[in-house]
Structures are given as structure tokens and as C-alpha cells.
Design a protein around this ligand. Structure first.
Ligand code: HMG
Ligand code: MG
Length: 298
């Protein structure tokens, strides 16, 4: 039996934009997020308080977070790697803080300049201090289905790290297919294991569509009862510190499939399309989702 409704967590303004080489204006980002706020989405990851040298596109995180019009029914979240990032995020009064690390040693090192072991105390401090400020905390675990440097990733390691993050106090864990290599059988195998160890309603799935398998992976996860998915409008996105990690699962394609199946999301497709057209114009390039491809062909 499939879930009747799905929660979509829009990560376009963060995961989508972080991989764009051409700098987008701060005001354009703010307006795009305001567009997204009018679509019915309940959660938007708006930016990232990482080191601006590592992600130049999101160097204006504070201005964006302070500049958007906040709808009280929407959770506005941002990526936070360490205490320094948390201080910046708190000064913008972000609703939810997202900590992140990888299930594979090499990607963790390349992405956040630390071993997995060295990362734990840094994240623990962020979680503790975020909670002190009454913020909810989301954890991301990357490279769960494969690492661009190490290849296969052990499910045992995924469980161990996930358990550590939950023990530190995260409220939700987002399981990431950072480079879009997962297939439905693998997703089934990993998620059955995850479901045995953690409460299912505290797990989200974060698929990238690099090889075209993201929707199939979502359907598999839904068949197992998972109901929360991260996606990026128009299929923008990827991690610059994971070779070949292009294309997040496109929000518009996911919603097309879900609504067609009679599964609710709360999102208005026409408004979502307007938001996609807006950012497509600002980026001056065609967005890669199927929905936008059809629209662009007229
Ligand atoms: P580092 O160089 O090791 O940092 O970078 P450090 O702690 O040694 O500090 C060095 C200097 O940076 C210090 O300044 C700090 O104050 C400053 P100095 O004393 O030399 O003047 N600094 C900061 N400044 C502003 N904001 C900060 C900050 N932190 C330190 N937050 C660090 C470590 C983690 C900061 C760096 O590696 C980094 O920013 N990495 C982020 C990489 C990234 O954003 N990757 C993409 C996101 S992850 C992803 O896409 C995957 C995901 O989508 C899920 C999936 O798909 O699987 C989430
Ligand atoms: Mg991602």
C-alpha cells in the first residue's frame, strides 16, 4: 500500500544552486524563494552557511535568509557545517538547521575537510547549540548508495553513522544518493535495513537523478512506506565535491508522477511551473526536468 500523501522538501535554492558556476544575484534568489513559498510547499532549504570559498554561489546566505518573505506555515532550513556556520544561521533566525556528513571516508574528507571521526564532535556541537536555541535539526548522510571515490559503501557503516547522528539528537535523517547511482533493488535492500533500526517517519530520501533512476527509487521507497522526499525544482543541482553529481530529482517530475497516481503533496503545479520559469530565466539556460523540457519545446 502506498502512502496517501507525500512530503516534499524543496532543496533547489541550496542543492540546486550550489552547483551553478554563474553567480545568481541575491535579489533573484530571494524572489525565487518567495515564488516557491507561494506554491504550497511546506519546507524549503534556502541556502547554506558553509565556507563561502568552498561554495561561492551561496556566499550571500545571510542576506538571502534575512531577505525572504517568511510564510509561517513553511519551514525554512539551511545547511550548517560547524559552529561558525550555526552562528551565521542563528543570526538569520533560520527555522531548521541541517548538518551533513558522508558514509564514505573519502567523500567526507573532500567535502568537509575532515575524517568521519573528526566530524562527529563538530556536528555534535552544532546539534547541541541548535537545540539550545530551540531549532530542529536535520541530518544528511551522503554517498549511502555509492561513493564517487570509493565505489561501494557498506550498509553496516550507514547504520552505524545514522545511529550516531540520531543519538546526538537529530530529528530527521535524509539518506542521500549523492551521485545518483542507486537502483530500486539496492534502495529496497538498504531501506529494509534502515527501517529495522530507525523510526520510519524520521527518515527522508534524497535522490539524485544522474542516471535516470530517481523516480523508480522513490516509488520503491514509497512501496516500503517512506513518505518524505527531497527534490529540486527543474532538476537543478549536485554536490561540487562529488565528481559527476549532477541533477537532483526534479520536484516538478516527482509531483507530476504523484498527482497522476492520486497521491497528494499540497503543491500547486501551475504555481510551481511559474517558479521554474522564473529561475530558468535568471539562469539563462534550460532546466533539465522532463516537465520543463516539454514546456520549453512549446
Ligand atoms: P576548513 O577549511 O577545514 O575550516 O573547512 P576550518 O574550520 O579549518 O576554518 C578555516 C577558516 O574558515 C576559519 O577562518 C573559519 O572561521 C572559517 P580563519 O580563522 O582562517 O579566518 N570558516 C567559516 N567561515 C564561514 N562559514 C563557515 C565557516 N567554517 C569555517 N561555516 C568547512 C571546513 C566544513 C567549513 C568547509 O569544508 C566547507 O564549507 N565545506 C562545505 C562543502 C559543501 O558545502 N558541499 C556541498 C554540500 S553537501 C551536499 O551537497 C550533499 C547533500 O546534498 C546530500 C547528498 O546529496 O548526498 C547535502
Ligand atoms: Mg544532494
Amino acid at each position: 500500500k502506498l502512502p496517501e500523501g507525500i512530503v516534499i522538501k524543496e532543496v533547489g535554492p541550496r542543492d540546486g544552486l550550489q552547483n551553478e558556476p554563474e553567480l545568481i544575484g541575491t535579489q533573484d534568489k530571494i524572489e525565487w524563494i518567495n515564488h516557491l513559498s507561494s506554491t504550497g510547499l511546506s519546507y524549503i532549504e534556502i541556502t547554506s552557511f558553509v565556507h563561502p570559498k568552498w561554495i561561492p554561489q551561496l556566499a550571500d546566505a545571510l542576506e538571502v535568509a534575512k531577505g525572504i518573505h517568511r510564510n509561517k506555515d513553511i519551514t525554512y532550513a539551511a545547511l550548517v557545517p560547524n559552529q561558525k556556520g550555526l552562528e551565521r544561521a542563528l543570526s538569520a533566525n533560520i527555522d531548521e538547521v541541517s548538518v551533513f556528513m558522508s558514509a564514505s571516508e573519502t567523500h567526507n574528507q573532500k567535502n568537509i575537510n575532515k575524517s568521519i571521526k573528526e566530524t562527529y564532535p563538530v556536528i555534535e556541537e552544532v546539534i547541541k547549540n541548535a537545540k539550545r536555541h530551540h531549532k530542529s535539526v536535520r541530518g544528511y548522510l551522503s554517498t549511502v548508495f555509492g561513493c564517487p571515490y570509493e565505489g561501494k559503501v557498506s550498509v553496516k557503516d550507514v547504520i552505524t553513522i545514522s545511529k550516531t547522528l540520531f543519538d546526538m539528537g537529530i530529528d530527521e535523517l535524509s539518506i542521500g544518493d549523492t551521485i545518483g547511482v542507486a537502483n530500486p533493488r539496492q534502495v529496497e535492500r538498504v531501506l529494509i535495513e534502515i527501517r529495522e533500526h530507525f523510526q520510519q517517519n524520521h527518515i527522508a530520501l534524497h535522490f539524485h537523478d544522474t542516471r535516470g533512476t530517481a523516480l523508480a527509487n522513490c516509488l520503491t521507497a514509497m512501496q516500503l512506506g517512506f513518505d518524505t522526499f527531497d527534490s529540486s525544482l527543474g532538476g537543478l543541482g549536485g554536490c561540487p565535491y562529488a565528481r559527476g553529481a549532477s541533477g537532483n530529482l526534479a520536484t516538478d517530475d516527482l509531483i507530476y508522477m504523484l498527482h497522476g497516481m492520486g497521491i497528494s503533496t499540497g503543491v500547486d503545479e501551475a504555481r510551481l511551473k511559474e517558479a521554474a520559469i522564473y529561475i530558468q530565466q535568471k539562469l539563462q539556460k534550460s532546466l533539465s526536468s522532463h516537465q520543463m523540457e516539454i514546456m520549453n519545446q512549446g
